[in-house]
Design a protein around this ligand. Structure first.
Ligand code: COA
Length: 245
């Protein structure tokens, strides 16, 4: 799959896609250091460039890596606890979902459609080859407006607010969101008066991060059955809009 892009000398050259390989570790480490305020261990770089369980693609221009996407398909029950309520209860906990670990493009090549090309390729793989995968999701800092715009343009929807989710060196704890795109017939969970409840919980109990994360879609349904009587059963898109102010 190729796409044409204007390089730094103004020439139109093809962007090509290929899988990451072990000798990419130094480049990938350098790029992630530039893009993300979070440090990953060396083993993580070795893993994503060599372990076939990752769908790890590089976009290259004149053989130089200008963008990459890394995703992992796993069963819902193998996800972090805060991500185990992505799908409606009709899907078993063994249902596969895809987690985007990283997506980035070299600064001077942004707004050329390279991230779109990488994401499209991943989604093509999930809809044509890994067809039992029912959702694609990711975590993002609430302050990363560019990435949020990018994912929202691609129809990803906010699923959860994750207060104090990231630890950034020199800055402390920062909030995150999870975003999700349902594919291959995947459905979000049924939500009970979510916006109201979650807003209340978010503001009153902000310091209790683990407790908050535990209160995902399925646990609210389990622990607050009395809400049924309020007849506010709605079909929702996770905790959409619950954290917007
Ligand atoms: C987010 C990122 C991957 C986007 O890469 P990109 O190659 O520039 O994205 P694309 O060119 O495919 O953009 C597709 C759409 O996303 C939106 N978008 C991308 N960058 C944007 C920006 N700076 N401002 C507003 N919208 C933006 C636009 O809707 C854009 O479509 P358009 O160009 O037709 O308006 C890139 O900015 C990046 O690498 N950021 C740093 C790393 C990062 O934060 N990764 C995400 C981690 S969750």
């Amino acid at each position: 799959m190729t796409k044409v892009c204007v390089d730094s000398s103004g020439n139109r050259v093809p962007v090509e896609l290929r899988f990451l390989r072990p000798d990419d570790v130094p480049t990938v480490r350098q790029l992630c250091k530039e893009w993300f305020p979070i440090a990953y261990p060396n083993t993580w770089y070795e893993d994503i460039t060599s372990n076939p369980r990752f769908y790890a693609l590089a976009a290259t221009l004149h053989v130089q890596i200008v963008g990459l996407i890394v995703a992992e398909i796993k069963q819902q029950l193998k996800c972090n606890v805060e991500d185990q309520g992505l799908l409606s209860k009709q899907f078993s906990k063994l249902t596969p979902v895809a987690y985007i670990l990283t997506l980035g493009v070299v600064k001077e090549y942004r707004r050329n459609g390279i991230a779109t090309l990488l994401l499209d390729n991943l989604i093509d793989h999930l809809t044509n080859t890994a067809k039992d995968t029912k959702a694609v999701y990711l975590h993002v800092l609430t302050t990363n407006i560019v990435a949020i715009r990018f994912y929202e343009k691609r129809q990803f929807r906010k699923h959860l607010c994750l207060p104090l989710y990231y630890y950034i060196d020199g800055e402390g704890w920062k909030d995150g969101y999870s975003y999700v795109l349902y594919i291959n017939g995947g459905q979000p969970p049924w939500i009970l008066i979510y916006p109201f409840l979650f807003r209340m919980i978010s503001f009153k109990l902000l310091p209790f991060k683990n407790f908050l994360i535990f209160l995902n879609a399925s646990s609210l349904i389990t622990y607050l059955p009395f809400t049924m009587s309020l007849e506010t059963l709605i079909r929702g898109n996770g905790l959409r809009d619950s954290c917007k102010d």
